[in-house]
Design a protein around this ligand. Structure first.
Ligand code: MG
Length: 512
């Protein structure tokens, strides 16, 4: 009886007791830094729509991605589990990778399918294609009803035109690979993908999906994984030269526009009061791109590292009437999104496997405390022998290892440089992240013996208990694994061009 009362109280508190299940929209940027958005303090970014979302929602200041690089970060986001468990290590998938997110992993989309949701992903998947295995790793085999997007980073293929109408990309990227493929479900509908119209293509698909489902009162899950603001920057006619922040600013403005279109659709279809929107990013800014990359604000280093700049991200939660506008210093992480969404949707977090995420509902809906006071930082290419590089416990962060990444020698801090090799720290380097978010001043470990001993013990336990999935990065592959709209054509790979592919979003598209 008491349990029933408590349950009913919680449901009323969250406002999910009656009516349709809430819609869920997950917006995910690529290589976006903690300091890139206007609302996070960037002086020359133009992000009015994300700033509005922040004004109306809950802004996190201590929110982490699971990795400093793309594929592992996305695996953890979608499964609520560290990437080591699912085998998405070391590093990231490339255009000709043959592995992918194992089918026995349970994604957010699969959790929501159980609850009757319609599911779609628009954008960058980066969890494998399986081109020579009937595209078995694409999203439609991982719980998504619909997919439209380039399935990996758009610099993993030749970069041709990036800015309207015909301005080249900053560099040519990987000229030995097939042109960037745009997939709809498992069909390549455009190759190379047109970057000057890509934002509109993605946005049209996203808003069409929202409209279709809102009209039929069908609860939905929409995951928009932007190619923006990963290198090379690109922008359409509307956003080329639109920002005083250069090409990165143009690309970021385009992303923000797309977010605005999605919000406009949510509002105009009358579902705003029953839609949960969450925005964050996969990893920190690529400092090797200098001003053409993002900005980590006051944090140390960027992409690929376990310093705060590599893994602490902007994060905003929005649900009018249920999430109060505020700013929080509570800890959150991308692995927490699956359990949180499961709660919001009345669904089930898998219980047949270890889940690293915790439900963020107390922070989101009750102004309460996080269920985590710790976080583990895996490097971009983790190994079972070494395990995590660093651990946060309360405000303290201990580094057992450090290493630079994605950063060249013009950068002022040589700890961040790609050439700065792995270094072991015994005793660990200790920082107080509340007083020193920039990780500038190591604490005297002698004076913090108790803290060091607690963190060391919890880190050893975590490393000892981690069960490593077989690496999907080491699955043997060949150039035939690269997606090509004309398989077996010659001369490969330049023959893989289908500019007249079926127009996506025509009336035969599954989302109509
Ligand atoms: Mg990334």
């Amino acid at each position: 009886m008491l349990l029933c009362v408590v349950f009913a109280f919680c449901c009323v508190l969250h406002g999910f007791a009656s009516g349709a299940k809430p819609n869920i929209v997950l917006l995910f940027a690529d290589d976006l830094g903690f300091g890139d958005l206007g609302v996070y303090g960037h002086p020359t970014s133009t992000t009015p729509n994300l700033d509005t979302m922040a004004k109306e929602g809950l802004v996190f200041t201590q929110f982490y991605s699971a990795s400093g690089v793309c594929s592992p970060s996305r695996a953890a986001l979608l499964t609520g589990r560290y990437q080591t468990r699912s085998g998405i290590w070391p590093g990231v998938f490339g255009a000709n990778s043959a592995g992918g997110l194992p089918h026995n992993e349970t994604t957010i989309a699969e959790v929501l399918k159980e609850e009757g949701y319609a599911t779609a992903i628009v954008g960058k998947w980066h969890l494998g294609v399986g081109f020579t295995k009937n595209n078995t790793y694409l999203p439609i085999h991982q719980g998504f009803d619909y997919y439209l997007g380039i399935p990996y980073s758009h610099d993993m293929c030749p970069c041709l035109i990036c800015f309207y109408p015909d301005q080249p990309c900053f560099d040519k990227c990987r000229t030995s690979e097939t042109p960037c493929p745009l997939f709809e479900n498992s069909t390549i509908i455009q190759q190379p993908a047109d970057f000057t119209t890509l934002a509109a293509t993605y946005t049209n698909a996203a808003t069409a999906f929202i409209r279709k489902n809102s009209e039929s009162d069908q609860p939905f899950f929409l995951y928009v994984a932007y190619q923006h603001t990963h290198h090379p920057q690109f922008a359409s006619k509307q956003f080329r030269n639109s920002s005083i922040r250069g090409t990165f600013g143009d690309s970021l403005s385009e992303l923000d526009w797309s977010v605005g279109q999605i919000f406009e659709t949510i509002r105009s279809t009358g579902i705003a009061n029953n839609t949960f929107v969450f925005f964050t990013a996969d990893n920190g800014p690529s400092l090797t791109r200098q001003v053409r990359g993002g900005n980590q604000g006051l944090l140390k280093c960027g992409k690929g590292t376990t310093y705060e700049g590599g893994m602490r991200e902007p994060a905003i939660a929005w649900m009018p009437g249920k999430i109060k506008p505020a700013r929080t210093t509570e800890l959150g992480a991308t692995v927490d999104i699956l359990p949180t969404i499961a709660t919001i949707a009345g669904g089930k977090t898998p219980t047949d496997r270890p889940i690293d995420g915790v439900d963020m509902s107390p922070i989101l809906f009750e102004g309460g405390q996080s269920r985590r006071d710790y976080y583990y930082y895996y490097p971009k290419s983790p190994s079972p022998e070494i395990g995590v590089y660093a651990t946060r416990y309360k405000q303290y962060k201990a580094f057992f290892y450090t290493q630079g990444s994605h950063c060249g020698s013009p950068y002022y801090d040589h700890d961040c440089w790609e050439s700065t090799r792995q270094a072991k720290h015994d005793p660990p380097l200790l920082f107080d992240l509340l007083q020193d978010p920039s990780e500038k001043y190591p604490l005297n470990v002698e004076a913090y013996k108790d803290v060091v001993s607690v963190i060391t013990e919890m880190t050893e336990k975590f490393n000892r208990e981690m069960v490593w999935g077989t690496s999907e990065m080491h699955v043997k592959s060949s150039s035939a694994d690269q997606p090509c709209c004309k398989p077996n054509c010659k001369p490969f790979p330049t023959c893989c061009v289908c500019k007249q592919g079926r127009l996506h979003l025509d009336k035969s598209s599954p989302i109509f």
